[in-house]
Design a protein around this ligand. Structure first.
Ligand code: MN
Length: 254
């Protein structure tokens, strides 16, 4: 849980795209602003490795940021930081680690697997906005259900793998083979439970680097530039009331 003050920079899926990560850190001047004492945090929405060919380098930088500035950097869990039984595909992170670190690669991979269990599922900015990797557990009844989602119910699977869909009510089976599609009625219900107005999530590549769903209540942010020409990140000013206009203005396309 974060207080509704200061600023947060939100980075969507990187998927081994080192160039975009460096670009965002430079463009947002995050490190410089922290050094200047600004109240600013960096939140990653998960999916750090796989697909792009710089997964080890991306992990190196985000973990260096987290260990150097633990209170300023928050790492969420994506489906590519998967739990047993929900392993992502493609999953070339172990191959990339072996290629780079030889026989130490698999040791590093095993340590990363242990690390994944420590990553958060949700960031809740009180009375304001919730950040997740993908989706919302359609049957969740409380904030705790979402914050402490596990594989013993379907909550974690839905957080890691469910997508919003425009033309349905309730949920439908997803084409991903896991998770669900959820309609705007689910979004409205979960927004009420969390007492926030918006949800920001990653996971889906978007032509413009972002898209909205469910009357603008859900913003999808994608920060990997290997799929489309545009990617983006978000810089939210939590000191002002967040409305639909402010949310759209917070998108930084590159
Ligand atoms: Mn994902």
């Amino acid at each position: 849980m974060l207080p509704s003050s200061g600023k947060i920079i939100i980075i969507g899926d990187l998927h081994g795209d080192l160039k975009s990560l460096v670009k965002i850190l430079n463009q947002s001047r995050f490190l410089e602003r922290v050094a200047n004492g600004e109240n600013i945090r960096l939140v990653f929405l998960g999916d750090y490795g796989d697909r792009g060919d710089s997964s080890p380098e991306v992990y190196h930088i985000i973990l260096e940021l987290k260990t150097t500035l633990p209170q300023y950097v928050i790492l969420l869990r994506g489906n590519h930081e998967g739990v047993a039984g929900l392993l992502p595909s493609p999953h070339d992170l172990p191959d990339q680690l072996v290629k780079k670190y030889d026989h130490n690669g698999l040791k590093i991979y095993k340590q990363l697997l242990r690390l994944f269990d420590f990553l958060y599922t949700t960031v809740l900015v009180e009375q304001n906005v919730a950040l997740v990797h993908v989706g919302l557990p359609s049957n969740a009844k409380s904030f705790e259900d979402i914050a402490f989602a596990s594989t013993t119910n379907c909550y974690l699977e839905e957080i890691l793998l469910s997508d919003p869909k425009e033309d349905i009510q309730g949920t439908r089976r997803s084409i991903r083979g896991a998770g669900r599609f959820f309609g705007s009625d689910v979004t409205e219900r979960i927004l009420k439970i969390l007492r926030v107005n918006f949800i920001i999530r990653g996971h889906e590549p978007c032509i413009r680097g972002f898209k909205t769903n469910h009357n603008g209540r859900i913003l999808t942010v994608f920060s990997n530039k290997c799929y489309y020409k545009k990617a983006c990140y978000v810089e939210l000013n939590l000191n002002e009331k967040l409305g639909a206009k402010e949310l759209m203005n917070s998108i930084e396309q590159f």
